[in-house]
Design a protein. Sequence first.
Length: 171
Amino acid sequence: MNTLLEPVLVDHDLGVCVKDSEGRVLQQNKLCLEICGDCLDKVCNVACMELYEKDKSRQWNNWGSHLYKNSFAHNDFYDITLLCSDTHMITFLQPLKKKYEKAIAYYEALKLTKREMEILSYIIKGASNSEICEKISVSRATIKTHLNNVYKKASDINLELKYLPKNRLAS
């Protein structure tokens, strides 16, 4: 199984860590080592473990799967998935930096204003309109105006709206 698993993890840019029920790291792949540092045989209580401990929506303690999208950890953004049993926790770290860069580059064809590009980059990273308003100190109406401009520019050149959360396409 290791001969199949490791290339898949490398090819798809997945960091993986296995911990015991006490949070002690039993195994890390190369990408996880690069992201988290060498945690082998140490109890981990940062990044994914902090998210897990703060998660009040967990139905079962120490069991089930948990997804934390667009999570900021180790100075970057990741989709973090935890698979938990009574005895082990497996963490999958999916770095989002390359995905964000690809999405932003895709929209450069629209020749957006600096502000439109800023708002679009927040949306690509999963921010809500309210969060964007707070971060850049503008009203919701202003956000909607900028988004309508983006949609119109995309429509004018028949550019498919990709890389945006599906629920944002109708804003």
